[in-house]
Each structure stands twice: as structure tokens, then as C-alpha cells.
Ligand binder design. Structure first.
Ligand code: ADP
Ligand code: MG
Length: 373
């Protein structure tokens, strides 16, 4: 059975490996709060782990994803499917994990979480340094982090020290196509705690800046990049990869009647960057010859982490409560655009295969535990 598990595991990882360059879209449904439960009903039926039906007054609407996470699915479950992607960064891929959805749907919960239920960030940091240890014998591994906020089309360096003067940040691309931000701070880190501390310090400065408006975090994009550089101890060759985590601005339309001035500018900047991100992802998914990266700062910044040799995971977070129906439909439709028209079937077959293999591996494991018990 151990041999069988080995074979299955190899097949499982190969199937995941095959997903490179493609975009995976996961849907995560937020549980209703007790207050919502008292007065709202759920509009969502999860048919199977890939199919979600939203019941609208005009009838049911079906959506397909690479995975649908239920309201009761834990942070561990969500990370389980993601952590193999972190390994890819050690193999030289750029990995991009982003959360998209209306304010209050669970983006920050998914990416950051809290002390009791840490999200993808902390888990990713820990995984990176576990892998660093595993690689120690063969590689000298250097890890560094940068943390930016994009607000009103302006980049802000969240790792800049309080006494540092503000410098103009500019997005640059080197000969190898790697994007970097001139003037931003890239901090080297040597363990998961140090990276975590740095991350929380950056988050803190996102929330406390003097000109910051109340709840501004839902109207700006957070972009955390962890660079991983592995130098072979034997050959001196260097493998570079990175993991980027994005907590995007709320996707709801702010440009309601009555907004003007700053509010309108803010709204149009968010709408522009999110719609461009959608255009880029759908251009990649449908293999269009032109990808409109240059249409927004967000996509320019993420150019080396979307498409090409990158592995992208888009979490669309959504509320199941009836009063959010319109926003939920809009978010799910946006995310569906990211799914390739041509190879959706293939990918969902891949995902089914992954789920099947994983189930067998888990069964084998359980069998072994029984034997040991
Ligand atoms: P967003 O960042 O999209 O605005 P949040 O992540 O802040 O939304 O979520 C809003 C609230 O709902 C928070 O209190 C969060 O803890 C809770 N929440 C979101 N998603 C989940 C989930 N999957 N399970 C439990 N609580 C959640
Ligand atoms: Mg948030």
C-alpha cells in the first residue's frame, strides 16, 4: 500500500504540475452571520465540489469552478489545496494567489485571517520556511519580502520605515520580464516569525497612516510578494521564484448616484483596475494573442505573475445571503470569465482527477492509521 500511495502521490503532483500557466478559480462561500440567519435565506446550492447553483427570482443559475468551498470549510481545508503551489516558487515559478469579491465576503479572512483562524498568508510563510529547510542541503535559499498598497492608482510602500522620506515608486520590468518596483523596500527575512512580524507591521501601517480614511482597506489593493532565490551549492546556478498574495479592493460598484469628487475618482480607479484584471485573466484563459497588462497599474505590477510561466489562483469570495444576491451574481460572473471557454472541460477533468487521487490517498492513509492503532 505504501508503494501504491507513492505512485498515486506522484500522479497527484504531476496533475497539479500540469496546471501551470493556467488559472485556477476557486469559489469560497462565506457563512451567514447569526443576524443574517434570522432574516435571510441562502440563495446557494452546492451541487458538487465544482458546481454552484444560485437561485435567482428568474430561476437557478449554474456556475462551475475548479473548486467550491462551503461556508463551513476551514482555513486548513482551503490551504490544503494551495500549499503545493508554494513548492512551485522553489522550482522557479511565480505564484499569484488573489482574493476577489464584494466587501464583507471573506477576502481578508481568506488571505490574512485572524489569530484564531490564520489565513493563507501565515500558512504560506510557514510552508516557505519548511521548504527552505528541506532545500538547505543543496541550496542556499534567500527569502525577501515587499509589501505594497495600491490606492487611487498610487503605490504606497507599506514596509517603508517611518523616518524614511517618501520616494516615488515606479513599476519596472527587467530583461527577463521580472517586474520590480523602483524605490520600494525589499526586506530580507530568515524565518517565518520574522516574515510574519514584518507582514503585520506592514498591515498596521496600512491601517494607521495619517491621511487614511475609515475602512480604506476595502478600497485599496494589498500586494505582498515573497521572493525566493535558491542558489545551488554545487553549481552556483540560481532559481528565482516568488509568491504574491493579493487582497483586492471590494468589487462592489461604488459609483452610485451621489458620489462625486474623491469618491468618484476612487470608485473609477477600483473599477478600472478590477475590470482590467478580469480582462487580463480572461484573455489568458481564452489564449487571446494580446493581453492588456498595460491598462492598469495593478496588472502591470502583476504582469510576471499572471500567465506565461506563472501559476495563478483566484479566490472569488461570495455571500450566500439573499440580500447580497446581485453582488454575488456579479462576482461569480466575473470569476467565470476567468475560466477558459476552450479548456474548461479539460481543467475540470484535471481537478476531478486530483480530487479522486486525493481521496484514494486519504483512504490509504486512514487504512494505515487503523493498522497502527
Ligand atoms: P472582506 O475582506 O471581503 O471585506 P472579511 O474577510 O473581512 O471580508 O470578512 C467579513 C467578516 O466575515 C469577518 O468578520 C470575517 O471574519 C467573516 N468571515 C468571512 N469569511 C468567513 C468564513 N469563510 N468563515 C468564517 N467567517 C468568515
Ligand atoms: Mg477586507
Amino acid at each position: 500500500d505504501i508503494n501504491r500511495e507513492r505512485v498515486l502521490r506522484k500522479k497527484y503532483f504531476n496533475t497539479i504540475e500540469d496546471l501551470k500557466g493556467k488559472i485556477r478559480v476557486y469559489c469560497r462561500l462565506r457563512p451567514m452571520t447569526p443576524a443574517e440567519q434570522r432574516v435571510q435565506h441562502s440563495v446557494a446550492d452546492v451541487v458538487d465540489p465544482y458546481t454552484l447553483v444560485i437561485n435567482t427570482p428568474k430561476g437557478p443559475k449554474e456556475f462551475h469552478f475548479d473548486r467550491v468551498f462551503l461556508p463551513e470549510d476551514t482555513q486548513e481545508t482551503v490551504f490544503e489545496d494551495t500549499h503545493t503551489l508554494v513548492q512551485s516558487a522553489f522550482d522557479g515559478y511565480n505564484v499569484c494567489i488573489c482574493a476577489y469579491g464584494q466587501t464583507g465576503s471573506g477576502k481578508t479572512h481568506t488571505i490574512i485571517g485572524d489569530d484564531i483562524q490564520p489565513g493563507l498568508a501565515t500558512r504560506t510563510f510557514e510552508r516557505i520556511f519548511q521548504l527552505t529547510e528541506d532545500h538547505q542541503a543543496q541550496f542556499d535559499v534567500q527569502v525577501s519580502c515587499s509589501m505594497l498598497e495600491l490606492y487611487n492608482d498610487k503605490l504606497i510602500d507599506l514596509l517603508r520605515l517611518a523616518d524614511q522620506t517618501e520616494v516615488k515608486l515606479e513599476i519596472k520590468k527587467d530583461k527577463r520580464g521580472i517586474v520590480w518596483v523602483q524605490g520600494s523596500r525589499i526586506s530580507p527575512v530568515t524565518d517565518a516569525n520574522q516574515l510574519s512580524d514584518l507582514f503585520y507591521r506592514g498591515l498596521h501601517s496600512r491601517h494607521t497612516g495619517s491621511t487614511r480614511m475609515n475602512d480604506r482597506s476595502s478600497r485599496s489593493h494589498l500586494i505582498v510578494s515573497i521572493n525566493i532565490e535558491c542558489t545551488s551549492r554545487l553549481h552556483g546556478t540560481v532559481i528565482r521564484g516568488k509568491v504574491s498574495l493579493l487582497d483586492l479592493a471590494g468589487s462592489e460598484r461604488f459609483a452610485k448616484s451621489g458620489s462625486s469628487g474623491d469618491q468618484l475618482r476612487e470608485a473609477s480607479s477600483i473599477n478600472k483596475s478590477l475590470s482590467t484584471l478580469g480582462d487580463v485573466i480572461s484573455a489568458l484563459a481564452s489564449e487571446q494573442p494580446h493581453t492588456p497588462y498595460r491598462n492598469s497599474k495593478l496588472t502591470m505590477l502583476m504582469q510576471d505573475s499572471l500567465g506565461g510561466n506563472a501559476k495563478t489562483l483566484l479566490f472569488v469570495t461570495a455571500s450566500i445571503a439573499a440580500f447580497n444576491l446581485d453582488e454575488t451574481l456579479t462576482s461569480l460572473t466575473y470569476a467565470s470569465r476567468a475560466k477558459a471557454v476552450t479548456n474548461a472541460a479539460q481543467r475540470s477533468a484535471d481537478c476531478r482527477e486530483i480530487a479522486r487521487l486525493k481521496a484514494i490517498i486519504q483512504k490509504l492513509r486512514r487504512g494505515e492509521e487503523d493498522v497502527e492503532d
